[in-house]
Ligand binder design. Structure first.
Ligand code: F6P
Length: 546
């Protein structure tokens, strides 16, 4: 049944009369409720309800979420889920899983969930069955990964490979880099992994300066195979290799992951050394595809399949659980609540696990590139605050840097604490200290310490919200579930703002201008007038580089 005022899947392609989400009746009800919520202190909510921690927590796909330390009450949840339903969040979710082309501006489906369907299942989409193709690519990846891991894949001089360099940027870097770091205890120790993303010779020389071309294998990862940074790094890597090796040896040292066979072949990588994926996999959702090749080489095929299975378990939960018991939806609704009604401009991700050190950066791309937009699917201003700044770093390091601001600053910064109960090491006491710190921070942020005899500079008002995500161990399966959890959270928030989470047009403008400025740094006259600041900066750099 169509819902008044909202843009639904069935009319996505029709001229829309939809209202922006902010003008809905459901949003107005939420706003009124939020006025009351501003009067609540979290510690009072706990005092009123001894069952609060149980009531506001749930488990799914090997993850436990406690969201009790938030200003969410049963009525809040019911108003938030009414709003979500009015916006057709569940309808849009089902459309995504079915493979409808919900990425309207690029005319694409968002079918990363198909990449993690179990072997032997089927997925029929627009006249094709997709699982067989996905499994075929996985099998090719497995054969390759096994050959490299076992030492059977040789470099041109007959030595086995010792170093893998993934060249890629954005999703073609952060996915493999984050997951290789997170699953370090599962990785082979006979290979070292390096990630070259930035277009900066300092980064290139820092990586290549230590490597031996005879034993180095490059995985050039780019969905489009047209990304300037990646191609420049790949060309420089090739030149570096050719200082010792011969052009005929390149095929033993360069493989590619891409959707663009033509560009890969033009670069000089043979089709048999290319691992494809399809355009229905978005860059920031691509770790499950052949973009995960370096991860598979690191952890092996069976662990990679467990990573996919963990994500699939979260998919199943997301598509079947009611919104008020649905982990991705709850994270999304809670984040939305703080963003709209408490003015939270940022969201801190605090993993209390060293191996998750890249997870905040991974989520930065996932959430900010997906939902950092200001217009609805039908081109109207959203009229609400969209994606907050996602930031963070590991555990206790943050406590000795920026946590001061969380406790006594003037902004509300919701925190996602992420902790692992059982460590992958023998330093048990360190792990206890780590967990104690994690739980203590969440408690301190909530309760504060305000009291009548405390001087103002020592008072911590508390009332700061956080989520606590726990898992028994950090394994390929739980990491898969964790990443899928945030993918779906991002999706739900995009749906709440009624924006297209799957395009990224804002990135294009800077790319176009950089191309123009580069030609000026190369000595061409300016084809377009710049402002006086930009002109002066270009002139200064051109002088320095002359
Ligand atoms: O930043 C824009 C973007 O398109 C990302 O979405 C993507 O992950 C990244 O660039 C890299 O793109 P590609 O894999 O095509 O090189």
């Amino acid at each position: 049944m169509p819902v008044r005022g909202f843009h639904r899947m069935q009319d996505l392609n029709a001229p829309s009369l939809s209202l922006p989400p902010a003008q809905s009746r459901e949003f107005a009800a939420l706003r009124r409720h939020a006025d009351d919520a501003h009067q609540w202190h979290l510690k009072e909510l706990f005092a009123q309800d001894p069952q609060r921690a149980t009531r506001f927590s749930l488990e799914a796909a090997g993850l436990f979420l406690d969201f009790s330390k938030t200003h969410l009450q049963p009525q809040t949840l019911s108003l938030l889920t009414d709003f979500a339903r009015a916006l057709g969040v569940e309808t849009l979710r089902d459309a995504m899983f079915r493979g409808e082309r919900i990425n309207l501006t690029e005319g694409r489906a968002a079918l990363h969930t198909v990449l993690r369907l179990p072997q032997g299942s089927r997925f029929d989409w627009e006249g094709e069955e997709l699982v067989a193709e996905v499994q075929q690519v996985l099998e090719r990846m497995e054969t390759f990964a096994e050959r490299v891991r076992s030492g059977e894949w040789k470099g041109y001089s007959g030595k086995s490979i010792t170093d893998i360099v993934n060249i890629g940027i954005g999703g073609s870097d952060l996915g493999p880099a984050m997951s290789c770091a997170a699953l370090r205890p599962f990785a082979t120790t006979s290979l070292s992994f390096h990630f070259l993303s930035n277009v900066d010779g300092h980064a290139t020389s820092a990586v290549l300066g230590w490597l031996d071309p005879e034993t180095t294998l490059f995985i050039v990862s780019s969905k489009s195979f047209s990304t300037h940074e990646t191609l420049l790094n790949a060309h420089d890597a090739r030149s570096w290799f050719l200082r010792k090796g011969q052009p005929a040896d390149l095929h033993q040292h360069f493989v590619a992951v891409s959707t663009n066979t033509e560009a890969v072949t033009a670069f000089g990588i043979a089709a048999e050394n290319m691992f494809p994926f399809r355009e229905w996999v978005g860059g920031r959702y691509s770790i499950w595809s052949s973009i995960g090749l370096s991860l598979m080489v690191a952890i092996g095929a069976s662990h990679f399949r467990a990573f996919l299975a963990g994500a699939h378990a979260m998919d199943q939960h997301f598509r079947t659980a009611p919104l008020d018991r649905n982990m991705p939806a709850l994270l999304a609704l809670s984040g939305f609540w703080y963003r709209q009604f408490f003015g939270a401009g940022s969201q801190l991700i605090a993993p209390y696990h060293q191996d998750l050190w890249l997870f905040p950066s991974y989520l930065q791309q996932l959430e900010m590139e997906s939902n950092g937009k200001g217009v609805t699917r039908d081109g109207q201003p959203v009229g609400l605050r969209t994606a907050p700044v996602i930031w963070g770093s590991v555990g206790t390091n943050g406590q000795h840097a920026y946590f001061q601001m969380l406790h006594q600053g003037t902004d509300i910064v919701p925190v996602d604490f992420i902790a692992v109960l059982k460590p992958a090491h023998d330093y048990v006491q360190q792990h206890k200290v780590l967990l104690a710190n994690c739980f203590a921070q969440a408690e301190a942020l909530m309760n504060g310490n305000a009291g009548p005899n405390l001087p103002p500079h020592r008072a911590c008002p508390g009332n700061h919200p956080s989520h606590m995500l726990l898992m028994e161990r950090l394994t390929p399966a739980t990491l898969g579930a964790l990443v899928a959890l945030y993918e779906h959270k991002t999706f739900v928030q995009g749906a709440l703002w009624n924006i297209n989470s799957f395009d990224q047009w804002g990135v294009e403008l800077g790319k176009t201008l950089a191309t123009r400025i580069l030609s000026e740094l190369d000595g061409s006259p300016a084809a377009h007038a710049h402002d006086s600041s930009t002109s002066a900066l270009i002139a200064r750099a051109a002088d320095a580089l002359r």
